[in-house]
Design a protein around this ligand. Structure first.
Ligand SMILES: Nc1ncnc2c1ncn2[C@@H]1O[C@H](COP(=O)(O)OP(=O)(O)OP(=O)(O)O)[C@@H](O)[C@H]1O
Length: 408
């Protein structure tokens, strides 16, 4: 940047007492001429300064406008990975791109790894997002179009039919319920052992009805978001109405809706508040529009009856572990994209897999595939499945043992 030369000195009039009048007059004339000259110079500088001020003002206006645009245009979400002297390493959500970016010193002091920030398209951090946005995003899994289809679910055809009737029909054909004069069920509760396909069922209905799938896990509400449970439940229903048609899926609902116990710990009071919020959301949901609610639990026996009253979770569907036929079907589904030996006998395999859940069968299939890969074969054989089964059962036994030793 060029620096402007300093201002001209103020002219001084030096009069010597010994000067003649003529000399004095001459000195004063020169002085006068000098003053006029300095005055002109200053005038010129003033004009220059005015011009520069106008130029700068224009720049200010331009920056102000750009700032406005930046403030109003969309920002992206990223997480802070590392705060260094050279800037901040952020990871953009969605594409996981890692970028080293500069941050204003005053914002840099506020940033810590793990924080969520809003960035613009040049990756400059615009602001730190508050916890509220954070918890809401973390506590809910939102899937605009889950990929699960009914055909992917094996061995629970009757349950699929019931869920479709209770959730899909009212979404797709609400008029039919009105004409017949029946209220569709308010909420559907899926109960049964872990890994039997409850989440899959909820996702499949959302997929087949083109609804947004929004999941919240009860256990996380009480473990991770202490003190925020009831607000998050309110947010959950709010989000669903913004995104309808939507399927709300509350997994492990027992964590927030267990029978009242005698203990009066503050933790319990908090859980209680969360459950009350859930009940009031469901009760106030008369005109539910295109939102359906599905909950799941492995601990049906623990549930508070309040949540099972009419108008709340009033359709109960048990999702059991599959029988031998179901297991055969699930094995077939999970080996669909696998290169299996022609002589592999799924029925015979399924016979031996008593007590396996759908999730166990999915892991067994992957494990069997791993044996083939380890042996550098391209085909998965019955023997691979046998070995996988032995491995899984041995692992289960040892985890049972460690669970026991942990307990006592
Ligand atoms: N009936 C089924 N048919 C096909 N695959 C299944 C079935 N049940 C479970 N699986 C497999 O197990 C995985 C886990 O199932 P899912 O999450 O639906 O079980 P869940 O009943 O919701 O379990 P949890 O109670 O532990 O939440 C699925 O992604 C799928 O690979």
């Amino acid at each position: 940047m060029s620096h402007s030369p300093s201002l001209p000195d103020r002219p001084r009039l030096d009069l010597d007492p010994d000067m003649s009048d003529a000399e004095r007059l001459d000195a004063m004339r020169k002085h006068y001429a000098r003053i006029v000259q300095v005055n002109d110079e200053l005038d010129e500088r003033l004009r220059e300064a005015d011009d520069r001020r106008d130029g700068l003002q224009e720049e200010v206006d331009h920056l102000k406008r750009r700032n406005e645009i930046l403030k109003t245009s969309s920002l992206y979400i990223a997480s802070v990975e590392e705060v260094t002297d050279d800037g901040v390493v952020i990871k953009q959500h969605g594409n996981n791109q890692e970028v080293l970016t500069e941050v204003s010193p005053q914002l840099q002091d506020d940033l810590e790894p793990g924080d969520r920030v809003a960035i613009n398209d040049s990756f400059a951090v615009q602001r730190l997002l508050d916890d509220e946005t954070d918890a809401r995003a973390q506590a809910m899994e939102v899937d605009e179009s889950p990929e699960v289809r009914y055909e992917d679910i094996g061995g629970i055809d009757e349950q699929v039919r019931e869920v479709r009737e209770a959730v899909e029909d009212p979404l797709v054909n609400p008029g039919q319920f009105e004409t017949v004069g029946v209220e569709p069920p308010s909420g559907v509760l899926l109960h049964g052992p872990p890994g039997t396909g409850k989440t899959m069922l909820a996702k499949a209905v959302a997929n087949e009805t083109d609804a947004t799938f929004i999941k919240m896990a009860g256990s996380e509400l009480v473990r991770k978001f202490i003190g925020e449970g009831s607000r998050l439940v309110r947010d959950l229903f709010e989000l669903a109405s913004e995104r309808e048609p939507a399927v709300i899926f509350i997994d492990e609902i027992d964590a927030v809706a267990a029978k009242r116990t005698d203990s009066k710990t503050s933790g319990d009071a908090e859980v209680q508040r969360t459950m009350m919020q859930l009940l009031s959301e469901m009760d106030g949901f008369e005109d539910r529009g295109e939102i359906r609610i599905i909950a799941a639990t492995n601990r049906f026996d623990m549930l508070d009856e309040a949540i099972l009253r009419p108008g709340r979770f009033d359709r109960l569907i048990e999702v059991p572990k599959p029988g031998v036929e179901g297991r055969t079907q699930i094995l077939r589904i999970h080996t669909q994209d696998m290169n299996v030996a022609d002589d592999l006998d799924f029925e015979e395999l399924a016979e031996e897999l008593d007590d396996y859940s759908g999730a166990d069968l999915a892991s067994l299939t992957t494990e069997a595939g791993m044996y083939a890969i380890r042996d550098e074969r391209t085909e998965v054989t019955q023997e691979d499945f046998e070995q996988a089964r032995e491995k899984m059962e041995a692992a289960e036994e040892s985890s049972d043992r460690s669970a026991r030793s942990y307990q006592y």
